[in-house]
Design a protein around this ligand. Structure first.
Ligand SMILES: Cc1ncc(C[n+]2csc(CCOP(=O)(O)OP(=O)(O)O)c2C)c(N)n1
Ligand code: SF4
Length: 246
């Protein structure tokens, strides 16, 4: 059996909870950048939420764009260093709620960055509050203890149906609940990074993840939920590919 080498860009174990998708995503990003030979020229932008851990874990130049401002910070970094690969690793709360305007206008401007949004259905870092964009109807959270209702919080929104209407390069959604989907997601991340290498436009990859800690589930139960429930509301696949298949 082939030995799975750890990417050299991962330099430190950090504090993700066991079974959390953030660590898998971080690893996929590192693998893709190394396989593409782009790791030495990368600047990462993370939010103050759970993705912040990756700033310490990875050996990339990095900056935080706290409180939902990742896309705006990444825009600024890319404007002054167009020679660098600039990617965002941020949560759904940060990207689609707190920083929705920043994410939208980065997409509308077709800024050539690669944005990776982790859809775990809640605000993980701050204890598991409801995320207006992504918490499923009926899901119990710290701020919806009886479960999300349409009357109180509206319906969750498939944000990719919004972003696909902007003039962007690439919009896709992956998942992590089995090896096949991890592999598909990796190809999406790689495509987003290749687009940047090839001087193309804005790429957004949303990844269905989980938060076993705040969902109060085992990692296996959390993966089952993503497969059986989350994916039904947020379908996987490619929503926009302006460049077409390679
Ligand atoms: C307007 C505003 N209210 C509250 C906060 C506090 N805050 C910081 S991180 C965070 C949670 C973000 O969750 P998400 O982006 O989904 O990331 P996760 O930790 O789930 O990966 C919140 C609410 C904030 N930054 N801005
Ligand atoms: S709180 Fe949730 S999203 Fe954050 S590291 Fe733990 S499991 Fe992952």
């Amino acid at each position: 059996m082939a030995k799975l080498e750890k990417p050299v860009s991962i330099i430190k174990p950090v504090g993700y909870c066991g079974g959390c998708g953030h660590g898998v995503i971080q690893r996929l990003i590192a693998e893709c950048l190394e396989e593409l030979g782009m790791a030495d020229d990368t600047i990462s932008v993370v939010d103050i939420a759970c993705s912040y851990w990756s700033l310490e874990a990875l050996d990339f130049d990095a900056i935080a764009g706290p409180h939902g401002r990742c896309a705006a910070v990444a825009t600024g970094v890319k404007k002054v260093r167009p020679d660098k690969t600039v990617y965002v690793h941020a949560g759904d709360g940060s990207s689609y709620v707190i920083g929705l305007a920043e994410t939208c206008y980065t997409a509308i401007r077709d800024i050539p960055i690669t944005m990776i949004v982790v859809n775990n259905g809640i605000f993980g870092m701050t204890g598991g509050q409801l995320c207006l964009a992504t918490t499923l109807i009926g899901d119990k959270t710290l701020s919806s203890k009886k479960g999300r209702t349409k009357e109180q919080a509206g319906q969750p929104v498939d944000m990719l149906n919004v972003f696909k209407n902007f003039d962007v390069e690439y919009v896709a959604r992956g998942a992590l609940y089995d090896a096949k989907h991890v592999d598909q997601t990796k190809r999406m991340i790689k495509r987003g990074l290749e687009n940047q290498r090839d001087k193309k436009g804005f790429s957004l990859i949303e990844i269905l993840s989980n938060c076993p800690t705040n969902w109060k589930m085992t990692p296996v139960e959390a993966a089952e939920k993503v497969k059986n429930e989350t994916e039904k509301v947020f379908p996987l696949g490619t929503y926009v590919d302006r460049g077409g298949a390679k």
